[in-house]
Write a protein that binds this ligand. Structure first.
Ligand SMILES: [Zn+2]
Length: 301
């Protein structure tokens, strides 16, 4: 079973990223219309379709695909899926839309961060016809019939990110505006990859989301939390701590590898797990976060 029920109208699909459970989630909102929020890597499209099938939803019954932002683990399979979903519209933040239409630069940027071999495993997104995309500026409301969604611009992790608040269920799908809460690494870890991290915008986003009165937080990495405000607050605080720590290491002349090792050591200590027991996706995420903070500090010394 790759589908978990959150409520009668909200479901999670484990996209089994790179064949692993518990790292990248997609969410399904089921009113009289159906919305898919995030869709995993390009290589996870088949798993997403399988999850929808488990829910009795065929590809032609999906009305909206909502990638919260254009990073490959959130929007990677959108281009493939939309071709199989004749009535679906893509909803995305306006700053991300050029990358959804033509992902060439996005793929180049991700390859420079993760390397060719990892990108082969993630898969490369294909472009989406611009007629099938509706832009979100600061806010967009959407009625699914029995469910009302608000897409909220949520910059910080990336400038092209939205979060989704489901009014009737008081559910917040926060995208990477919340840190990583992998079941296998039971602490909150910032996710701060390059190239467009902005820690102060992330802080403002978490404060704004904390005011929504959400009862349930659905994290992309990974799963359900009911301590909504605490997770948002910890994300802001820990991101600031990591930025301060990396600033210190950078000014002492540490290399990327040394910065990543120091962050990983801190996470291992706090989570009470041995570094050699880290899941590979946590390792990759910490290295990308170290790169993102170093890149931010280059631009903002
Ligand atoms: Zn992301």
């Amino acid at each position: 079973m790759i589908v978990s029920k959150i409520s009668e109208r909200v479901y999670m699909i484990d996209t089994l990223a790179l064949g692993r459970t518990g790292s990248v989630a997609a969410y399904v909102l089921k009113g009289s219309k159906v919305a898919l929020v995030d869709c995993g890597y390009a290589t996870s499209g088949g798993t997403v379709l399988e999850g929808l099938r488990e829910l009795g939803i065929g590809p032609s019954e999906v009305d909206y695909i909502i990638p919260t932002h254009v990073h490959l683990d959130h929007a990677g399979s959108a281009g493939d899926l939309i071709k199989q979903m004749p009535r679906a519209t893509v909803i995305a933040q306006e700053r991300g839309i050029p990358h959804l239409i033509d992902p060439t630069r996005l793929i180049q940027s991700a390859t420079s961060v993760f390397g060719e071999e990892t990108i082969n495993a993630y898969g490369r997104p294909v472009g989406i016809d611009k007629e099938r995309i509706v832009a979100v500026g600061e806010e967009l409301h959407l009625e699914l019939g029995g469910l009302s969604l608000t897409a909220l611009h949520s910059p910080g992790h990336a400038p092209h990110q939205i979060s989704i608040f489901v009014e009737e269920e008081k559910v917040l799908i926060a995208a990477d505006a919340v840190g990583i809460v992998y079941p296998a690494v039971p602490i909150i870890m910032p996710t701060t990859p390059p190239p467009s991290l902005n820690p102060s915008e992330l802080g403002r986003t978490t404060e704004r989301l904390a005011q929504l009165d959400a009862r349930t937080l659905l994290a992309p990495h990974f799963g359900v939390r009911t301590d909504v405000v605490e997770v948002l607050e910890a994300t802001r605080k820990k991101t600031d701590e990591w930025v301060a720590k990396v600033r210190g290491l950078k000014s002492a002349g540490s290399t990327l590898d040394e910065v990543a090792a120091a962050l990983k050591k801190g996470v291992a200590l706090e989570a009470g797990i041995r570094e050699q027991d880290f899941p590979i996706y946590a390792d990759v995420s910490i290295t990308a976060s170290a790169m993102g903070i170093l890149h931010y500090l280059e631009k903002n010394p």
